[in-house]
Write a protein that binds this ligand. Structure first.
Ligand SMILES: [Zn+2]
Length: 183
């Protein structure tokens, strides 16, 4: 897989920065680690990550994961797939449906998508490129853990908890009840 490599100073520490190209441009931050790395796979959420949206908990999760990995070392993958894989425009259309009373899962289904269209296959290649076979994965999503295990990785799930706000309460409820996230 093609990649570029440099370094990136951040408020959470100095990281090695990669950009892997494979159906998108995926950014990877690596902080030197010993033993089994702490890993986070974060799917891009432009409205949350860059524009401070309170409709979801993405930005809080991003910050928490970078803090943890910056502190103890590990690997942070910023996966180039927006809105559970449906893209920005359709994510905004799903928001409009949510304003009419649909939850996040119902809105995606109404637009003709699966509840979750995310694809983690690029991560498999990124882990192979970084020679990672075993990880402690920061996640509340059992499907992510099952997928990586099915690809031969040894994965221990580490919960990533962020605070509920009045705005993201319904969103997190739908993730817990319909997408089986451990929240
Ligand atoms: Zn988000």
């Amino acid at each position: 897989m093609m990649y570029a490599k440099s370094h990136l100073p951040t408020p959470f520490g100095d990281f090695i920065l990669y950009c892997f190209v494979n159906r998108g441009e995926h950014l990877v931050l690596v902080k030197p680690y010993k033993g089994v790395p702490l890993v986070r796979i974060h799917s891009k959420c432009t409205t949350g990550d860059a524009l401070f949206s309170l409709r979801c908990d993405c930005r809080a999760q991003l910050k928490k994961a970078l803090e943890l990995i910056g502190r103890e070392g590990g690997v942070f993958i910023y996966l180039d797939q927006e809105g559970r894989g449906i893209g920005l425009k359709d994510k905004i259309r799903a928001y409009a449906l949510q304003d009419e009373g649909y939850d996040t899962v119902e809105a995606n289904l109404k637009l003709g998508f699966k509840a979750d269209e995310r694809d983690y296959s690029a991560c498999v290649e990124i882990f192979r490129a970084l020679n990672i076979k075993q990880m402690r994965l920061l996640t509340n999503n059992p499907a992510k853990v099952d997928y990586l295990r099915s690809k031969g990785f040894k994965v221990e799930a580490v919960p990533l908890r962020v605070e509920l706000t009045p705005q993201n309460r319904e969103y997190i409820k739908a993730k817990r009840e319909k997408l089986k996230h451990n929240l």
